[in-house]
Design a protein around this ligand. Sequence first.
Ligand SMILES: [Zn+2]
Length: 117
Amino acid sequence: MLKCHVKNCTDPDKQYPLRFKGVKIEQIEYEPNEEFLVRMLPRVDWNALVKTASDLNIALPSVVPEDPANNQEFLQKLHTVIMETHITEGSMVCDGCSHEYKITKGIANMLLAEHEI
Ligand SMILES: [Zn+2]
């Protein structure tokens, strides 16, 4: 979940989170680490994560459920989104300025052209 950093792109509602476009997804299964997921939750920008997950066709609840530590179904989904879903190719697009950040071999190119800095 990255933020657009084009110089004149300053609308906080639009520059973050970037939207995924035309992405290739690879699912890699890992053993869920529930303790880690629960500990990480308070630091997650939930609204942004829900938006990003829906770009990837994964539905997350719009609010974090009560007592997430004992909600297996919820933790499994969170695990899938955060740990198991890898974007290999495609791009991330800014709603504010339409800048496209290319993703190649799982790495996002966050470099900007001269005129965008
Ligand atoms: Zn932008």
